[in-house]
Design a protein around this ligand. Structure first.
Ligand SMILES: [Zn+2]
Length: 141
């Protein structure tokens, strides 16, 4: 054809005709799709045409729907649970014969109020004071 060596047409003319022919093919095969402007050689496009015909406008619609779903499947990084920090002994104050344990600054805590760990106070049956709201056993781990 025109690509033979005997053809005297300038190279750009051959390319223009090839690209124009390819664009015309695409325009016929894909009436709903904008023909690609970056079409290259005519020989390559002839091979690519069947694949483009199979995909067609339907593939473009599927691609659009997939993009719409992307945000839905984004993993939630906030689900990561931080490791429990190293336990630090929590001390509370329990009055002898009392029912509640207190923080250091509670008004029920006297100078001679025994100081024990939170675990000891809870195990002994003491409950968190409703006035000073000391830490609970769950807070200490
Ligand atoms: Zn208290």
């Amino acid at each position: 054809m025109m690509w033979s060596d005997r053809c005297k047409w300038p190279r750009y003319a051959k390319s223009l005709i090839s690209v124009g022919y390819a664009v015309l093919l695409l325009a016929i095969l894909l009436p709903m799709t904008q023909p690609p402007e970056r079409a290259k050689g005519g020989v390559e496009l002839v091979g690519l045409t069947p694949a483009l015909e199979v995909q067609g406008p339907q593939m473009a619609e599927d691609a659009t729907q997939y993009e719409a779903y992307v945000p839905v499947y984004q993993p939630e990084a906030t689900l990561f649970v931080e490791p429990t920090p190293t336990p630090v002994p929590v001390y509370v104050y329990c009055n002898d014969g009392g029912e509640y344990y207190h923080t250091k600054n509670c008004r029920f805590v006297k100078a001679n109020t025994p100081k024990v760990t939170l675990a000891q106070a809870v195990n002994a049956g003491f409950k968190p004071c409703k006035s000073c709201k000391p830490p609970k056993q769950d807070d200490a781990g």
